[in-house]
Design a protein around this ligand. Structure first.
Ligand code: NAD
Length: 503
């Protein structure tokens, strides 16, 4: 019988009993078996975690030399790699994603940690030697204090590691609330971080719902900053709540990316990129290429080939090594995704392939077939709303101008893709796309050096790159006087002593 994990919170370097004693059960979305029971935290547990984080900050984590912080982060990355199979399996089962993609996520998390470790050496400021003969200005970066991290269920590790190592490298201490659906790997990596030498209290995990634990973190007066990844709806609520204590807020929110395929694109590469862009993680991805904008002259041939390759994707259970896709996160979400397809059909769009819940060997889970919907116009919900499932909406265009207008016709601005052999056309279009990332002749490729984040309602702030580190810092200006200071009010200390009655 496979293990059922029963986890407490992780506070001050050890397992921490939940104040309420209550638990949240997580069943597999793919086969229904009980996987884990997480502590159902409350504001009392958040208080304990924030106290531990504040104490660890004051005890010296903030002042530890970057070199030593980097050493711990590198040891942490090595432990992530060494535990890739266990972490990958937990991630796959809790999310319902194919295990080979989950293992890739673990590797990417280790890579992000090593990059952040290098930045820990590098954190620096500015000096101004041009303020006049008698002054020197110093601009220093300081860790911004205790940081609350709140993460979603779709990529539990990746969304965490786009924040955690950067916050630690900057010298912050952390209280994390992972998604209540997928808290397993966060608790595992907290233990690994401690084994790597991270002092107790520097990284704490409180599990539970957004309403109880998440909102207690956001409103806590002793949390200096909140970094959130999740839906635009919750992101807006967090920004409002954080205003109560004027906290700094970083938001990584939803998306509605377009893949623009021009007639002169490398046909095979574009098919592959479009397919990968909408099927990965069952389409439950903020940067999913959920909209295909295809130049009308090649649309029939492109759609035929795309349909065939989509129908060849292998659907399987999360631990099936050969699966391309597995289950959606839960039943209500599956129904919402199917509802988007139905609504597009009612509005006149055509389902080219898919659109169904899968039964038979998948009947115990929340599986759906990868779906392509053609004839989608900008006034349809499917064109505008984040569906977060394996559904590609297809719209044709006739000119570069029309393609750019369609791509930008959304409230979101996280990513877009361009497929063309004409480099100057690609660069010209890339400039005009209102999104934080643009992929050209590829999709979903990235590197830790490249900042990631959204325009418009896809968020504020950036993760990864040097910017990802600077997000977790405050800026301090220090002005130094060189030599004696002339009294501004016309008196020197000697003048004062000369005037009877003054001190
Ligand atoms: P969600 O917004 O429902 O939840 C995200 C996290 O916020 C969870 O941990 C949840 O418990 C918590 N939460 C919920 N209500 C809260 C509240 N009132 N106060 C504090 N915390 C609260 O999102 P989800 O369904 O877990 O994830 C899917 C969404 O995440 C999609 O919209 C997707 O686009 C987005 N996402 C964005 C990125 C990015 O980098 N931009 C990456 C991954 C996912």
């Amino acid at each position: 019988m496979p293990e059922v994990r029963r986890n407490d919170h992780f506070i001050n370097g050890r397992a921490w009993k939940c104040a309420s004693g209550e638990r949240i059960s997580r069943h597999s979305p793919a086969h229904g078996r009980l996987l884990a029971e997480f502590a159902a935290g409350s504001s009392e547990d958040v208080d304990a975690a924030v106290q531990a984080a504040r104490a660890a900050y004051d005890a010296g984590w903030y002042a530890m030399p970057g070199e030593q912080r980097a050493k711990i982060l590198n040891a942490f990355a090595d432990l992530l790699d060494a535990n890739v199979d266990r972490l990958g399996a937990i991630e796959a089962e809790e999310v319902g994603k194919p295990v080979r993609f989950a293992r890739f996520e673990v590797g990417m998390s280790a890579q992000l940690t090593r990059y952040a470790a290098a930045l820990a050496w590098q954190l620096s400021g500015q000096s101004f030697n041009n303020l006049g003969e008698d002054k020197l200005g110093l601009v220093t970066r300081e860790p911004c204090g205790v940081v609350g991290l709140i993460t979603p269920w779709n990529f539990p590790l990746l969304t965490l590691f786009q924040k955690l190592p950067y916050a630690l490298a900057a010298g912050c201490t952390v209280v994390l609330k992972p998604s209540e659906l997928t808290s397993g790997t966060a608790l595992e990596v907290a233990l690994l971080a401690t084994q790597a030498g991270l002092p107790g209290g520097v990284f704490n995990v409180v599990t539970g719902t957004g309403e109880s634990v998440g909102s207690a973190i956001v409103s806590h007066p002793n949390v200096d900053m909140v970094s959130f990844t999740g839906s635009t709806r919750v992101g807006k609520a967090i920004a409002r709540e954080a205003a109560g204590t004027v906290k700094r807020v970083a938001l990584e929110l939803g998306g509605k990316a377009a893949n623009i395929v021009f007639a002169d694109a490398d046909f095979d590469a574009a098919i592959d990129g479009v397919l990968f862009g909408f099927m990965l993680n069952q389409g439950q991805e903020c940067v999913a290429g959920a909209r295909l904008l295809i130049e009308a002259s090649i649309a029939p041939r492109f759609m035929e080939e795309l349909k065939q390759r989509t129908e060849r994707l292998k659907i399987g259970l999360p631990l099936d090594e050969s699966a391309d896709m597995s289950s959606l996160i839960h039943e209500a979400h599956l129904n919402s995704v199917l509802g988007h397809v139905k609504s597009a059909q009612r509005e006149g769009a055509e389902v080219v392939t898919g659109g169904d819940r899968l039964g038979d060997q998948f009947a115990d889970g929340f599986f759906m077939s990868p779906t392509i919907v053609a004839g989608v116009s900008p006034d349809m919900r499917l064109f505008r709303e984040e569906v977060f499932g394996p559904v590609l909406s297809v719209t044709t265009f006739e000119s570069v101008e029309e393609a750019v207008t369609l791509a930008n016709d959304t409230d979101y601005g996280l990513a877009n893709g361009i497929w063309t052999r004409d480099v100057s056309k690609a660069l010209g279009v890339a400039r005009r796309l209102r999104s934080g990332t643009v992929f050209v002749n590829t999709y979903l490729e990235t590197a830790p050096q490249l900042p990631f984040g959204g325009y418009k309602q896809s968020g504020q702030g950036r993760e990864n790159g040097l910017e990802g580190l600077l997000e977790f810092t405050e800026i301090k200006s220090t002005i130094l006087k060189i030599g004696p200071r002339e009294a501004i009010l016309g008196h020197t200390a000697a003048d004062h002593q000369a005037v009877p009655g003054t001190v």
